[in-house]
Design a protein around this ligand. Structure first.
Ligand code: KG4
Ligand code: ZN
Length: 341
């Protein structure tokens, strides 16, 4: 089985061709980072227009690389939401056109499901598993019971983890996107210099909150003074302090999720990490330790499959098609689409 997957829900235009034996046969990705950089974040209108300009070329590149024609496909999968609606519409229309013209099944994939199943594209990870999904727009703990069957144990009460990384980078003048820049700066920093809050740590439940941490970082950054008065060491120390605080929060919340996860499915053995923030090496190491302590095995896709990409959408398409789950061509793109319905 081979499936074309298309992703346009945020600021990455991506297409990939994947088979049901976990091979990525072709992939093409264009990041809009440079187009959004002057604004310090993603501008939805610019994103939608850029997706429209590039999607055809990227699909052609992925198909060429795979050496496949539309006739060879078993289906066309696309992110149907949630996301910036202009971009989602571009991807969905493109996928519908290919599916209609080639007479192939159409699959609308929830972007979060793409992240949730991404580890299974890399290796055999049995259901059920505990999933920490940490991206720019989402921060959730879920039990993944089957394709299309998700049970949410907790979510963020305010910002997503990736948003906190992006805002930290912004106040420290590290630019956009923030996650990789903060991780890099943190490597040279002393995490103990600044006393930062760990929202909700030690409390019951599996919810997250990052706004208090974000505010504390901003206050400390303001304390350095205006116009780049912070030294590289100040920046590195604050990044290290912030990243460590995020690690403490994620580990604490995940630890609380283990019991409800086991109570629900006493056979579950795996913790899966997914979403853009899962590309962070420090956080991966912290969760690896937690998994070991809790008798779980940690699975985390390589960084390129953690951040938005076409292969995870194609793979979710494979998983759905194998189960006979397809969508009609009147599917309406969704700006909001919770995974646990
Ligand atoms: O999954 P993703 O590509 O897009 C969404 O679905 O949101 O996640 C993007 C987020 C951004 O907030 C970005 O700063 C963060 O993932 N991110 C990272 C790292 N790489 C990307 N956060 C921390 N460390 C990283 N290395
Ligand atoms: Zn994403």
């Amino acid at each position: 089985m081979i499936v074309l997957g298309i992703e346009t829900s945020c600021d990455e235009t991506a297409a990939a061709v994947v088979d049901d034996e976990r091979h990525i046969l072709g992939e093409a990705l264009l990041s809009q980072t440079e187009e959004h950089r002057p604004y310090g974040g993603v501008v939805p209108e610019i994103a939608a227009r850029s997706h429209l300009d590039h999607i055809d070329t990227l699909v052609a590149q992925a198909m060429d690389q795979a050496g496949a024609s539309y006739d060879d496909l078993d289906g066309v999968a696309v992110t149907g939401g949630p996301g910036l609606i202009g971009g989602v519409i571009v991807g969905v229309m493109c996928a519908k056109a290919i599916a209609l013209a080639a007479g192939k099944p159409f699959v609308a994939v929830n972007h979060l499901e793409g992240h949730a199943l991404s580890a299974r594209l890399v290796e055999e990870v049995d259901f059920p598993y505990l999933l920490l999904l940490v991206s720019g727009g989402h921060c959730q703990l879920l039990v993944v019971e089957e394709v299309g069957r998700y049970h949410r144990l907790g979510g963020t009460m305010d910002d997503a983890a990736g948003e906190a990384f992006d805002k930290t980078a912004k106040v420290l003048g590290l630019g956009y996107p923030g996650g990789p820049a903060v991780e890099k700066a943190a490597r040279e920093g002393n995490p103990e210099r600044f006393d930062l809050p760990r929202p909700l740590v030690g409390r019951k439940g599996c919810d997250f909150s990052f706004s208090g941490l974000k505010t504390a970082v901003r206050r400390m950054a303001d304390g350095f003074g205006e116009n780049g008065a912070a030294s590289p060491q100040d920046v590195a120390d604050l990044c290290a302090g912030f990243q460590t605080a995020v690690g403490d929060v994620l580990v604490d919340r995940c630890r609380n999720a283990v019991k409800p996860f086991r109570d629900r499915n006493n056979g579950g053995k795996s913790l899966v990490l997914a979403g853009g923030v899962a590309a962070n090496g420090y956080l991966r190491a912290r969760l690896e330790t937690l998994a070991g302590e809790e008798g779980l095995r940690l699975f985390c896709p390589p960084p390129g499959l953690c951040t938005d990409n076409g292969a995870m959408i194609a793979w979710a398409g494979v998983e759905r098609l194998k189960r006979g789950m397809t969508d009609d061509l009147d599917f309406a793109p969704r700006p909001r689409w919770p995974l646990d319905q």
